[in-house]
Design a binder for this molecule. Structure first.
Ligand SMILES: O=C(O)CCC(=O)C(=O)O
Ligand SMILES: [Fe+2]
Length: 307
């Protein structure tokens, strides 16, 4: 057993769930770990051995900085990539009401925009996220033959797979990142600094990173699908608190996440479904507008990214 994993196990005894992906299944350290994770809306998962995060960490620390003069640095100078070139919800965004400035990119662009090593890391995180999603779906009250239709083909290349970076600007007097639920199925989150909080039954709890793990969040699509089943999954409402200055002694907080969402192609996926074991799948809402509402409401002053 390595030390990071031992630390993780100790931290998880404090109440939040911790799992390991093993032969395609999720093994939780607590006996009722899965049930509790579905209720909490998130859990920690051991990072797979060999998943190198150095490209992502470097991009997270550099994407917002100007490209250096005189030499190239493929991890800097990304403010110029905007949704005008890349399409809706893609590229660099500087928020007004939040400290975060962000870079969003779906898998169709990874090879053309990201440095090679980062494109490989994004694929590895996507593959890991989809393995986790399959492992979770296998434990839900949802027939396997409905998986693709029910989850908007998110397990296939037609799904929307986005790697998003956050840089928290300590000089901006604002919340870190507003209260929201992630829109989709599962999110695999990398962070190294405290600041994330989750809402559990009306109270906010600090969720600090545990070395050697990612945080997995369940999103709105999962919550809507499973609401009337024997295995409801909560989408966790979360936020990042305001980050203070550290006089240059400590680097700025960053995070990045792989989001698994449904296909945005209406001919492939009409939207988000609920499932009732007695009556089957029922379409609840289109997905594109739903996603835009969540994003708009997250980054406005006076709303929250809930639904
Ligand atoms: O920075 C974090 O810890 C969380 C970021 C987050 O919630 C998001 O990007 O959706
Ligand atoms: Fe989030």
């Amino acid at each position: 057993m390595n030390t990071a994993w031992e630390q993780a196990r100790t931290a998880s005894r404090q109440g939040w769930q911790l799992a390991e992906l093993h032969h395609g299944g999720l093994a939780f350290t607590a006996e009722d770990g899965l049930r509790r994770a579905l209720e909490d809306g998130f859990f920690y998962v051991r990072r797979p051995a060999g998943l190198d995060l150095s490209a992502g960490d470097r991009f997270a620390r550099g994407f917002y900085l100007p490209a250096p003069r005189g030499h190239t640095d493929p991890y800097r100078g990304y403010r110029g990539w905007t949704s005008e070139q890349l399409g809706p919800r893609q590229g660099y965004f500087c928020r007004d009401a939040d400290q975060t400035e962000q870079f969003f990119l779906t898998s169709t662009w990874w090879n053309r925009v990201y440095p090679v090593a980062l494109a490989r890391q994004a694929e590895a995180m996507r593959d890991f996220a989809l393995d986790i999603q399959r492992a979770v779906l296998a434990r839900l009250d949802l027939p396997r033959e409905l998986w693709h239709e029910a989850t908007g083909h998110s397990l296939t290349p037609r799904g929307t797979h986005t790697l998003t970076f956050n840089h928290f600007r300590p000089e901006v007097a604002a919340r870190g990142l507003n209260i929201h639920k992630d829109s989709g199925w599962v999110t695999v989150l990398r962070s190294t600094e405290a600041g994330l909080e989750v809402d559990r039954d009306g109270d906010w709890y600090a969720i600090d990173p545990i070395p050697g793990t990612f945080i997995v969040n369940f999103g709105c699509a999962m919550e809507i699908l499973t609401r009337s089943t024997a295995t409801p999954v909560a989408a966790v409402a979360h936020r990042v608190v305001r980050q203070t200055r550290h006089d240059g002694a400590k680097p700025d907080r960053f995070s990045y996440a792989l989001f698994v969402d449904s296909s945005l192609d209406n001919s492939v996926c009409p939207g988000l479904f609920s499932y009732d074991p007695r009556t089957g799948l029922q379409l609840e809402t289109g997905f594109g507008d739903f996603l835009d509402d969540i994003l708009d409401n997250t980054y406005r002053h006076d709303t929250t990214g809930l639904y």
